[in-house]
Ligand binder design. Structure first.
Ligand code: UDP
Ligand code: MG
Length: 310
């Protein structure tokens, strides 16, 4: 059996489209399918649609959160609930083409691989500035982190039970799935497809949300910023010592007590800035540690399809 995990946040328009599309694909497959929709605290009619779907089809399950916990939490909940031998995660907006699934299944069953990922061959239809920063992000993170992240790779992937269990063993609170999928290792192969627009509804990712998400990715998978902070600190110390010697020697030779005020202010401002920056970087990591030590659950379930059976 294959488990299909679908995170949904305000997707009342997209879910019916997705379901019909997916059912079409299912007819071409020899496998049994279970759907696990995760309602991530939607404010529209998403939950009602899911209730209906689950009532009409016994292979549809859903998990509904008590509030919006984010896509990462939704994926985690779905992976925990899945019982299939193969598990796939898919966006509901049809940006992850369901028709690729048969090909992915074939690949994972014929070759000796544990995961088939997908990547967008292009970023057509996306604002250029977003593509630019996305590209820079992947360059940066791959340079400073040991965990490889593939540019353009989507969360859409098909995994074996073994790999899913490995991911479930990572119980951290700050979940950056792209990194986690890669961190657990296993053999992954990618297939490319052309970028497509959302079938319905709107993206819930603003530029700032994406920016913060990328900072999360860096902080969760690399300690390079801390090293950079130490390096900048050490470097400015060195410069300060050289400048000090220079100033003392100059004062001894020329004896010029009042000049040098502007340079002094500049130096104070510079050092102050460096210190604040470094404290900020350290603060980011401490914030993450703070969240982890509280050991709060990643999500809270309010309702599942079991309620319908009662
Ligand atoms: N999503 C979610 N929780 C959120 C935001 C998004 O479960 O807080 C889901 C959303 O319903 C969709 C998927 O994550 O199925 C991808 O979201 P979206 O299409 O908005 O992102 P994009 O494709 O623009 O990156
Ligand atoms: Mg989308």
């Amino acid at each position: 059996m294959i488990s299909v995990i679908v995170p949904c946040f305000n997707e009342e328009e997209a879910i019916p489209l997705f379901f019909t599309e997916m059912e079409k694909v299912k007819r071409k497959m020899a496998h049994e399918l279970e759907y696990i929709f995760v309602n991530d605290g939607s404010k529209d009619g998403t939950l009602n649609i899911l209730r209906q779907l689950a009532k009409q089809n016994n292979f549809v399950r859903y998990i509904s959160f008590s509030r919006n916990f984010g896509k990462e939490a939704a994926l985690y909940a779905g992976l925990q609930a899945a019982i299939g031998e193969l598990v796939t995660v898919m966006d509901v907006d049809l940006q992850d083409p369901p028709e690729l699934l048969p090909q992915m299944i074939e690949m994972i069953e014929s070759a000796d691989i544990d995961c088939v990922g997908t990547r967008r061959a292009d970023r057509k239809g996306e604002p250029p500035i977003r593509s630019f920063f996305a590209k820079k992000f992947y360059q940066l993170i791959n340079r400073i982190s040991d965990t490889e992240m593939v540019d353009g790779a989507r969360d859409y992937r098909l995994m074996t039970r073994q790999m899913v269990d490995a991911i479930l063993e990572l119980t951290e609170h700050n979940r950056f799935s792209k990194g986690l999928f890669s961190w657990v290792g296993f053999k992954t192969e990618y297939i490319s497809f052309e970028n497509r627009e959302r079938a319905a509804g709107e993206t819930s990712w603003s530029f700032w949300k994406l920016f913060n998400y990328s900072i999360d990715g860096i902080v969760n998978f690399s300690d390079a910023p801390l090293n950079i902070a130490s390096f900048v600190g050490a470097f400015s110390c060195l410069v300060a010592v050289v400048a000090m010697i220079f100033i003392i020697v100059r004062a001894l030779i020329f004896g010029d007590p009042t000049s040098g005020w502007p340079s002094l202010v500049t130096i104070i401002l510079f050092i102050g800035g460096v210190q604040l920056l470094c404290i900020g970087i350290i603060g980011k990591y401490i914030g993450k540690i703070f969240m982890e030590t509280k050991k709060r659950p990643v999500y809270i379930v309010k309702e599942t399809e079991k309620k319908l059976e009662q």
